[in-house]
Design a protein around this ligand. Structure first.
Ligand code: LMR
Length: 394
């Protein structure tokens, strides 16, 4: 049987991780996979997570199954964190999923179930796993313009023009904040324009929010998602806890199906539970429980917010340092966009050949489309990166 298998395309982010591990150079710098690293290069367990784990170890007296949608308290806590009071709770069906990717996968299955002929509009570029999963599920994709190669900001006119070609029954996938892979984001006025197009076309939005708290702050980063869900009749939100709680390997995420038609909530909720059951049965509980404990406990929550904010501020500092160093070495302002971008990533905007040159000559690993994980830098590696970029003639 197995002899009929065919090799599948490698995920470029994961392939780069493997390549980095094999590089014997001590001076190598990993700007590949989106993982936060502190100044010593460690991805630490956040203090609030440690506190919650300690408490859980003492208090938890059973590991019996919870429910197909996970613990409802996790749903409530995450809905509050992501959506605030943007829509009434009775409009929202929600289910815990294995990570943000699990939520995305379930969302795509849900929409294919609802509309087998759905087309999903994706920003060009987007996180490579979006088109990969869609292709795997046989769902049609349409690209919309997003990144302006000249300014390294958003090609907003192009984006709007392309979104206007969507129609009712299509889904438009939007990054709630901290666009991956570019780091270029819309301002709230531009989000208002996108919402207008959503209402005009009747297309359904899906918001992927994986970096809340990594851009301009926990509340500000959720503003766009909240504005979208408050404005449209139906919406899907996929949220991840991997990054902002630093629990990457615990696989903690949530899928929300929001509808102003409250009579559909029961069916939406039942469908989310059904999809979980078909794919993996009960969602992982450990990470979700830690998140719930933290969000519902004043002291642990304050500890988490403070550490997340420190992480965010440190990433902003690295952006400014890198932009400044590049300006000094190149004598030009052409890298100023790095300080304007938000989130973990920035697309440098160079060719795959140059990216390869940086890897070969300087041991700097970034994704082939020149996405850099800013959170993989530190004060010592920033000048090394800046010099390598300028030396390469970028
Ligand atoms: C990334 O884009 O690097 C992260 O979202 C990690 C992943 O799973 O690809």
């Amino acid at each position: 049987m197995f002899e009929t298998l065919q090799a599948q395309p490698a995920d470029k982010i994961l392939a780069l991780m493997a390549q980095y591990r094999e590089d014997p150079r001590e001076t190598k710098i990993d700007l590949g996979v989106g993982v936060y690293k502190d100044a010593t290069g460690l991805t630490p367990v956040m203090k609030a997570i440690k506190s919650a784990e300690h408490k859980l170890w003492e208090d938890q007296d059973s590991k019996a199954y919870v429910g197909l949608a996970g613990d409802p308290a996790f749903g409530d806590a995450m809905i509050k964190l992501v959506l605030g009071d943007a829509v009434p709770r009775e409009n929202i069906a929600a289910a815990a999923t294995p990570g943000g990717t699990g939520a995305i996968r379930q969302a795509f299955e849900l929409i294919r179930m609802a509309r087998p002929d759905v087309r999903v509009f994706l920003s060009n570029p987007t996180w490579p796993n979006h088109p990969s999963i869609l292709k795997y599920l046989g769902i049609e994709m349409v690209d919309y313009r997003y990144f302006d190669d000249e300014t390294r900001g958003v090609d907003f006119d192009g984006m709007i023009a392309d979104l206007k070609t969507a129609r009712k029954g299509d889904m438009i996938l939007l990054h709630g904040c901290c666009h991956n892979p570019t780091g270029a984001n819309l301002n709230m006025t531009q989000w208002g324009e996108v919402i207008k197009v959503l209402l005009e076309t009747g297309a359904t939005p899906m918001v992927d929010i994986a970096y809340q708290g990594f851009g301009d702050g926990l509340e500000v980063d959720a503003e766009a998602t909240r504005a979208v869900v408050a404005a449209v009749p139906e919406c899907i939100v996929a949220a991840s806890c991997s990054k902002n709680f630093g629990i990457y390997r615990e696989r903690t995420g949530i899928l929300m199906a929001i509808s102003t038609d409250t009579s559909s909530k029961g069916l939406n909720q039942q469908t989310l539970g059904f999809l979980n059951r078909q794919n993996f049965s009960f969602p992982p509980d450990h990470g979700a429980r830690l998140v719930t404990m933290i969000l519902n406990d004043d002291a642990m929550r304050a500890e988490w917010v403070a550490e997340l904010e420190a992480t965010r501020v440190s990433m902003l500092g690295l952006r400014k340092q890198l932009a400044g160093e590049l300006q000094r070495l190149s004598g030009s302002d052409r890298f100023g966009f790095l300080a304007e971008h938000r989130g973990m990533f920035s697309r440098l905007g160079t060719t795959p050949e140059m990216v390869e040159k940086l890897r070969v000559d300087a041991g700097i690993y970034m994704i082939g489309d020149s996405r850099m994980n800013i959170a993989g830098l530190n004060a010592t590696t920033v000048p090394i990166l800046a010099k390598a970029i300028v030396d390469a003639g970028i």
